[in-house]
Design a protein around this ligand. Structure first.
Ligand code: CA
Length: 175
């Protein structure tokens, strides 16, 4: 029992010694570099490009122009989960009307739409000075290289081929 008590006391003493040594080291560090503990930078505006895919700009508003409800739901689910505000238009005409009423940060535009097609709508948006700065991501069918080229020529900023993974969708929107 005595041996155990002595051993325990020794451990306590060693710990106390180490603790004191740590405190002294910290003190020395502070003396050598007095600014290090107060090295805070003033708060700066958050640059959206510094945020990761999982941290979108709070409540960025995305307009999704897509007539297929399955794809609408898939996109909506993933964007809302990632913190975006999402609005839908079933047709290009609806999208143009929407954009005259509300602002948005990005447009996901399906190429194949009833009525005016995605290319025509893309050109219409990019022709309007008050809308042309909004980035447009075209949704195109996989392997349709021709469609991709036409979309980019019509002024689209990027494209996603269907079917797409949610991660790709978020990465493209984010960039
Ligand atoms: Ca479609």
């Amino acid at each position: 029992k005595l041996a155990a008590a002595l051993a325990a006391r020794t451990i306590v003493l060693i710990n106390l010694f180490l603790l004191r040594y740590d405190i002294e080291l910290l003190g020395q560090l502070n003396r050598q570099n007095p600014t290090h503990s107060a090295d805070f930078k003033p708060i700066q505006a958050i640059n959206p490009s510094d945020l990761s895919v999982n941290e979108p700009v709070p409540q960025s508003h995305i307009l999704v122009v897509e007539d297929e409800s399955d794809i609408q739901q898939l996109i909506s689910y993933n964007l809302v989960k990632a913190g975006y505000r999402v609005s839908f238009a079933d047709t290009g005409e609806e999208a143009l009307a929407f954009l005259e009423q509300q602002s948005c940060n990005c447009i996901l535009l399906d190429l194949m739409l009833p009525g005016a097609g995605g290319l025509e709508i893309c050109r219409s948006i990019k022709d309007k000075p008050h809308l042309s700065a909004i980035p447009i991501i075209m949704l195109t069918a996989k392997g349709e290289e021709h469609d991709i080229i036409l979309g980019l020529e019509a002024g689209a900023d990027d494209y996603i081929t269907k079917p797409f993974s949610p991660k790709i969708l978020l990465a493209r929107i984010h960039s």
